[in-house]
Design a protein around this ligand. Structure first.
Ligand code: ZN
Ligand code: MN
Ligand code: MN
Length: 276
């Protein structure tokens, strides 16, 4: 959901398009700048969370695009840590429990170096924000370039190496997962995915689904999101995926093309699919 109208507008705009859960950027996603809302703005947002009946487990922030905790460039890593700390403070001020991040890109230095840097950055951010209970959700990404976090073994390593495992959860993005070869179009594929999550990081860490169709076939690693039902996962694929209890009980967030109008259409389609 856009925050251009102010944080307080988001719960109402969510309900207006037929939603009951939302994800926002805590600041302009393409800038290093961020500002923690003052008490008045935070109170106004919280009042509307109640008024429009958005559950506290259904509100998420998505970290800015410039952040790369796996960066071997010292200045980028430092700035990433600073901004992540600020984002955690924004979430805490708004009473938002979950901040979703892409684990990072090692820029050619290798997975081990990248994972070390990610853990170091996360732990320092957690240390600086002790006393807040904001959780970081590691999002599975497409296996593209030097990205870390396209399989659950990488997630597991990050969580196990961290000194604050209780503050780390995960997000499953259906487009990115499809890009990485997880075929959720049939029951066996979903079972296999859920087992893999459970054995690696534990299913109780799964706090959000990014519900996106894919413009490209299974395993393409393109990271091109499509409207629900119109891509290669397709209506039947989502009907299968969304029939699992483990998926049903977690909030679903759309990151499909377009704005509020298109997302309202997506929500309608999802409701049709699960009603069939
Ligand atoms: Zn993302
Ligand atoms: Mn996503
Ligand atoms: Mn994506």
């Amino acid at each position: 959901m856009p925050i251009s109208g102010g944080f307080y507008k988001v719960p109402e705009e969510t309900v207006k398009i037929g939603g009951n859960a939302f994800q926002i950027f805590p600041h302009n996603a393409r800038q290093w700048k961020a500002k923690v809302p003052d008490d008045k703005a935070a109170a106004r947002f919280k009042r509307n969370m109640e008024k429009f009946k958005i559950d506290e487990d259904s509100a998420f922030c998505h970290s800015g695009y410039l952040i790369n905790l796996a960066s071997p460039k010292e200045d980028v890593w430092e700035k990433s840590l600073e901004l992540l700390e600020k984002e955690i403070r924004i979430c805490a001020a708004l009473g938002i429990k979950y901040l979703n991040i892409h684990p990072g890109s090692h820029l050619g230095k290798g997975e081990d170096v990248g994972i070390d840097l990610i853990v170091k950055g996360l732990d320092e951010a957690f240390r600086r924000t002790k006393g807040t209970d904001v959780m970081i959700l590691l999002e599975n990404v497409a296996p593209k370039g030097n990205a870390i976090g396209y399989n659950f073994d990488q997630m597991k390593r990050i969580i196990e190496m961290s000194a604050f495992p209780e503050r780390i959860g995960i997000t499953y993005d259906t487009c990115h997962g499809f890009d990485a070869g997880f075929d959720i179009r049939n029951p066996d594929g979903v079972r296999k995915l859920l087992d893999e999550i459970d054995k690696s990081v534990g299913l109780d860490r799964l706090k959000m689904i990014h519900l996106n169709d894919s413009k490209y076939p299974l395993g393409a690693a393109k990271d091109r999101h499509e409207s629900i039902g119109l891509g290669y996962i397709g209506r039947e694929g989502f009907k299968n995926f969304l029939s699992f209890d483990e998926i049903r009980k977690i909030p679903w967030i759309l990151e499909t093309p377009g704005g509020n109008e298109e997302h309202a259409e997506d929500i309608k389609r999802v409701l049709e699919i699960i009603g069939e």
